[in-house]
Design a protein around this ligand. Structure first.
Ligand code: MG
Length: 336
């Protein structure tokens, strides 16, 4: 560790966080279930395969256009299970509350957790509540853990990634990041940009039921699409080529990015999935995604290419080619 203290960049989903995880957590905790650093650990118990995940939520502001910290906490954990091909079943919910926090706001947050869980047929079965003195946390922090089952017979394809596999995104990128930024900074925008915060169990379930062509999935949260694709290339030792012009970005998101110098590829999403799909199945799966309200803007954005160096390149809209990296430094702390 170069700097001897934790900085905000250690939580930003980019290079510093990746190194902290690899060089401290994985080094100390190392085991075959943790080491792949997937969205959820896959646990084999007798004949069953379970998916197990956890996430903490510290988003600021607590309520924002398109969601709140509670909805985010339930959706985020459900999504980490479904991108592993699992059916989400049970969640835990732990609350760290600051003395003085209004119970009315807590009620709103907990009500939307309950509604979101119920809509996904997930039960919140255990939890914990701690209260710290005024000033020792910012209102409320929430941790959720999730347990799901990987159903036999469907789920992710076991086939290795090969040249020509398609890289697909389920919709527009950057919506959550810009919604939080706009809400936090009180940006006076012409249109309200809403977070894409959503539970993907139905969207992904509809694809896995119809096709055996999905080889890999990830929800591009902190670090954005760039971090998800870098992770994919490095972990699978494959090279990826994407086309910037094919990546769906809402016009107002693009406008704010241009104004403030953000790259939409680095912004967090909370209701999107990146998929790698066997070449022959890609068109059909994009159609399946587009048939669902959460996948209307789904698009093939590139493909796996030969090389095996673990790098991601992008043909830019200007016509050049640049290499994609994990975002360096801290973009927007407390984005989720
Ligand atoms: Mg994830």
């Amino acid at each position: 560790m170069d700097n001897k203290i934790i900085t905000l960049s250690h939580g930003a989903g980019g290079e510093a966080m990746h190194r902290l995880i690899k060089e401290l957590f994985v080094k100390q905790f190392s085991n075959p279930r943790l080491n792949p650093l997937a969205d959820a650990a896959i646990l084999k118990l007798n004949e069953e395969r379970l998916a197990f995940t956890t996430d903490s939520y510290v988003v600021k502001p607590l309520e924002f256009p398109g969601g709140n910290i509670g909805q985010l906490a339930v959706c985020g954990t459900i999504n980490d299970l479904v991108v592993m091909g699992a059916k989400p079943l049970y969640l835990s919910a732990s609350f760290i509350l600051e003395e003085g926090f209004p119970i009315q706001i807590l009620e709103r947050i907990v009500t939307s957790m309950s509604q979101t869980a119920r809509a996904a047929q997930v039960e919140i079965v255990t939890g914990d509540t701690k209260v710290v003195p005024r000033g020792e946390c910012d209102g409320i922090f929430i941790n959720t853990a999730g347990l799901g089952m990987c159903p036999l017979g469907h789920g992710l394809s076991k086939a290795p990634l090969t040249e020509g596999d398609a890289v697909v995104i389920s919709g527009t990128i950057g919506d959550h990041g810009i919604a939080i930024l706009a809400a936090r900074e009180g940006l006076a925008l012409q249109t309200t940009i809403e977070s894409d915060c959503a539970s993907l169990h139905e969207l992904i379930g509809s694809v896995l039921k119809e096709s055996k062509g999905v080889k890999w999935m990830r929800d591009p949260t902190r670090g954005g699409l760039a971090a998800a694709l870098t992770e994919l290339a490095e972990s699978q030792s494959c090279d990826i080529f994407i086309r910037e012009a094919a990546i769906p970005v809402q016009e107002p998101v693009r406008a704010v990015c241009e104004l403030l110098g953000f790259d939409p590829l680095h912004l967090a999403n909370e209701g999107k999935v990146v998929m790698v799909i066997a070449a022959g199945e890609a068109e059909r799966i994009v159609e399946l995604l587009r048939a669902h309200p959460l996948g209307r803007a789904a698009a093939t954005i590139g493909q796996i290419i030969g090389g095996g160096m673990g790098i991601v390149r992008m043909k830019t809209e200007a016509g050049g080619v640049r290499r994609l990296h994990r975002p360096a430094g801290e973009l927007l702390p407390r984005i989720c």
